[in-house]
Ligand binder design. Structure first.
Ligand code: SF4
Ligand code: SF4
Length: 239
């Protein structure tokens, strides 16, 4: 078995110590260096799909997703440059243009990670044509609602349902921007026999795509106190 080694690297000019089994994102977080993320959630498998955590590495032309790139001794990483901010804003713009994110009428207004990141990164325009496909809202579950018009395909819900709850109710159907999250074999969520109604998927959803029933616009606050336990449960599982 390969043992993790202790290494040193530089992130944004700061010399930091790390282990070879740590990702750049983990090391940055340990050292209070902000890297934006949307698909990543501590305790769930990292998939590197949203590309917001892209960083620059000295000597390499291409960008690397910090959540799935492991540190190497002597690495020089930049997490915050004009090039990266431009790319990140473009990614956010594409997300806003693909599906309907009209914040004023969203249950997660004020609680949405997509909205917060757009604000934080100074995204004030969408330079692409709005696509806004029209997806049916699944309100058949007695406790939750799925509105795929607000989904950014981060797959956090799919991973938490499979990896933590073990129910494997949620999955993704289709490809590219027409992909959407479904329950069981594309049945109504309310008819799902595998859903335990735990609500974990709703709590980890970064947008208003999954919400609790009966909450009005801007009332759907996320209760995420259980999130730190995801990492703990995962570590215990791996032992
Ligand atoms: S409520 Fe729990 S079991 Fe049901 S889909 Fe969401 S995470 Fe899976
Ligand atoms: S429903 Fe929410 S958590 Fe699931 S993929 Fe879409 S945005 Fe992500």
């Amino acid at each position: 078995m390969n043992q993790a080694r202790i290494i040193t690297l530089t992130i944004d000019g700061k010399h930091v110590g790390a282990r070879t089994d740590e990702t750049i994102l983990q090391i940055a977080q340990e050292n209070n260096i902000f890297i934006p993320t949307l698909c990543h959630l501590d305790g769930l498998t990292s998939v590197g799909s949203c590309r917001l955590c892209m960083v620059e590495i000295e000597g390499r032309n291409k960008l690397f997703p910090a959540c799935i790139t492991f540190a190497i001794d002597g690495m020089v990483v930049f997490t915050n440059s004009e090039r990266l901010t431009n790319y990140r804003k473009k990614i956010l713009e594409l997300m806003f243009s693909e599906r309907n994110h009209v914040c004023a009428v969203c249950v997660s207004n004020g609680q949405c990670e997509l909205q917060s990141l757009a604000e934080k990164l100074g995204m004030d325009h969408v330079h692409y044509h709005y696509r806004y496909d029209n997806y049916t809202i699944d309100a058949t579950h007695d406790r939750f609602v799925s509105d795929q018009n607000r989904c950014i395909l981060c797959h956090r819900c799919v991973r938490v349902c499979g990896e933590i709850e073990g129910a494997h109710t949620l999955d993704v159907m289709g490809r590219g921007i027409t992909a959407r999250v479904i329950s069981d074999l594309n049945q109504n969520w309310g008819e799902s026999e595998s859903c335990t109604r735990c609500g974990k998927c709703v709590q980890v959803c970064p947008t208003g795509a999954l919400s609790e029933r009966g909450r009005s616009v801007a009332e759907n606050s996320k209760r995420r106190q259980f999130l730190p336990y995801l990492t703990l449960m995962r570590k215990e599982d791996e032992q």
